[in-house]
Design a protein around this ligand. Structure first.
Ligand code: AHR
Length: 588
């Protein structure tokens, strides 16, 4: 299969072989690179205090980018060119019953000494309220296609223990609950967690190993009115009289792989069976189809061709198509799922850039799949739901030994995450939802936790910085900056110099900017067209060491620094090396 080949082997849950990406840069008028004499440390000291003021001018059409101030970079926010509303759900999360995500991460139990609300880790709830978490996906991931939702309802003491999908990967010193699922945390507890943090639940149904009827029953359990059905009574007995009103339903997960090894045509038939005539109980049901892995255009096309075989009306029944992209192949060698991964903590600058390069493919994946979808869904009724994204390193950096697929997020992952969120912001008409993989104790974690220990990772700080974009109107924004040049195994390689996104939410304008250069800051003129600024602030996440990260013992190594935006003309800000910055402006 072009672009992707997948192998499933005994004893190894997954093995992928991807084709190397072709990166297309779409930067605007990148100017000649100029050596910056400033050193990293000087930047961190001097640039967090921003200087300057916005250049005010009415929008007068797009002009060639040129910094008037002699700076080497320029950003132009075109407030007269809206791109569409940025769905808050782009800032979504993912909690799979995998390793330490649910048991220890989210759920500590009602009798735990760890501060909790009805068994749910209190500090997690507080942090997620702060970042305005809009939606959370559960229970998987691959776990979803082995899960019987009925195991997780009813009196907790009567719930069965089951072998977790991931049990085969559990080889270290982890808690028994990671291998043998006690089902203490089921639908009720998950929906309660969502309510506590102000999120919408997004449930992923089992397509591989349960019949469609069980899906209808799960919907019935969650959404049928109080007193109407036997399952509504079971829900009420557990203390949840009112329907949960779950709107988002994933129909399987990675159905091309762990979710059933279907062909796109076979999966489309399953999708039809699962989603036809599901009672909606007066609410909206938004079905999300299991979509392509990375650049598997043939999955997208094959699925949609089969869906419309009965008629184009069938497209109306699909809310979104899931896209998964993990950045894992840093070896620049053979595309091997195990050998291709590199260390989360020990890396050279070239691996910093290679990871960003892998992640930056997200934009061309969104555009590419959108184009294929448009061949069949001409009105673009179906949106993309990027419900798994993030970097994936080899084992060895776990904060809690034995937690499988846990890794230590560093400044590199914060920059990666800012870059990815900016890509979503720049494509608001295409991306309806995205879910960082995963929330806690797994992959690109926002938080790490073990027993009574808890820490916000650099990734968690980025999600907090970007919350201001939620629900805003995306604005076209032009970035001009010298590109990064680096050595890739003896050959010259380049990466873009500065990128980001902007949005307007009533009178608040948010501009987020990523500087990927490991050692050079970017002095940048910022022009905001068509707006008058009253006040503002600049929040930056960076560190003098690109490997910096937060641990249970040293929780604030990488943290946010905020200063007032000084209004002067022209506005010049310096974006430190290896940084993510949010400029928040109140407009008159
Ligand atoms: O996020 C970890 C795993 O990665 C998920 O279970 C699966 O969907 C993906 O392959």
């Amino acid at each position: 299969m072009k672009g992707r080949e997948k192998q499933l082997e005994v004893g190894r849950w997954q093995s992928y072989i991807y084709a190397l990406p072709e990166i297309v840069y779409s930067g605007f008028l990148v100017r000649e690179e100029r050596e910056s004499s400033m050193k990293r440390r000087e930047f961190i000291r001097t640039t967090l205090a921003s200087t300057g003021a916005l250049v005010f001018s009415q929008y007068a059409g797009v002009r060639p980018l040129r910094a008037a101030t002699g700076t080497d970079s320029r950003i132009e926010v075109l407030s007269g060119e809206p791109l569409g509303t940025i769905s808050p759900n782009i800032y979504g999360h993912f909690t799979e019953n995998l390793g330490g995500v649910i048991y220890d991460g989210v759920w500590v139990g009602k009798n735990s000494k760890v501060p909790n609300i009805d068994g749910i880790r209190k500090e997690l709830v507080e942090q997620m309220r702060k970042i305005k978490a809009p939606v959370v996906r559960f229970p998987g991931g691959c776990f979803a296609d082995s899960y019987d939702w009925r195991d997780g309802i009813g009196p907790p003491e009567k719930r069965p223990r089951r072998t977790n999908f991931w049990a085969g990967e559990e080889k270290g010193p982890s808690a028994p609950s990671h291998k043998y699922d006690p089902n203490e945390f089921g639908t009720n507890e998950f929906v309660h967690f969502c309510k506590l943090i102000g999120s919408q639940p997004y449930l992923a149904a089992n397509v591989r190993s349960l019949p469609a009827e069980e899906f209808y029953r799960w919907v019935e359990y969650c959404n049928s009115p109080a007193g109407s059905t036997t399952l509504a009574d079971v829900r009420a007995e557990a203390g949840y009289r009112d329907p949960f009103g779950v709107r988002f339903w994933g129909v399987g997960n990675e159905s091309w792989g762990c979710g059933g090894n279907f062909s796109p045509q076979e999966y489309a038939e399953e999708f039809r069976r699962f989603t036809t005539w599901v009672p909606s109980y007066g609410g909206d049901l938004s079905f999300i189809g299991s979509g392509p892995n990375v650049d598997d255009w043939s999955w997208t096309r094959g699925f949609l061709e089969e869906i419309v075989r009965k008629g184009p009306w069938a497209l109306r029944g699909i809310y979104g198509l899931a896209l998964h992209h993990y950045a894992w192949n840093l070896s620049r060698g053979p595309e091997n799922w195990v050998q291709g991964k590199r260390d989360a903590l020990n890396f050279e600058p070239v691996e910093w850039y290679e990871l960003l390069r892998e992640g930056d493919r997200m934009e061309s994946l969104i555009t590419g799949h959108w184009q294929v979808m448009g061949e069949i869904d001409r009105e673009h009724h179906i949106k993309l739901v990027v419900d798994e994204w993030g970097p994936w390193y080899k084992p060895g950096s776990e904060a809690t030994p034995g937690d499988i697929i846990e890794q230590m997020p560093t400044l590199r992952d914060a920059v990666f995450s800012g870059m990815t969120l900016d890509i979503f912001n720049r494509n608001p008409e295409k991306v309806a939802m995205a879910n960082c993989a995963q929330l806690i104790n797994c992959l690109n974690s926002l938080y790490l936790a073990h027993e009574d220990k808890f820490v916000v990772t650099p990734v968690g700080h980025v999600l907090a910085m970007y919350a201001a974009h939620q629900g805003g109107q995306g604005l076209r924004t032009l970035f001009s900056s010298p590109s990064v040049n680096y050595d890739r195994d003896g050959k010259p390689a380049t990466f873009w110099g500065l990128r980001g996104s902007a949005s307007l939410n009533q009178k608040n304008l948010c501009l987020t900017v990523v500087n990927p250069h490991v050692s050079e800051g970017r002095e940048t003129e910022i022009v905001l067209r068509g707006a008058t600024v009253r006040s503002g602030s600049v929040t930056t996440l960076t560190h003098s060491d690109i490997h910096a990260h937060n641990t249970f013992e040293r929780r604030d190594v990488v943290t946010l620094h905020t200063s007032e935006l000084k209004i002067a003309a022209p506005l010049v800000l310096t974006f430190p090396p290896a940084s993510v910055t949010a400029v928040n402006v109140d407009l008159a």
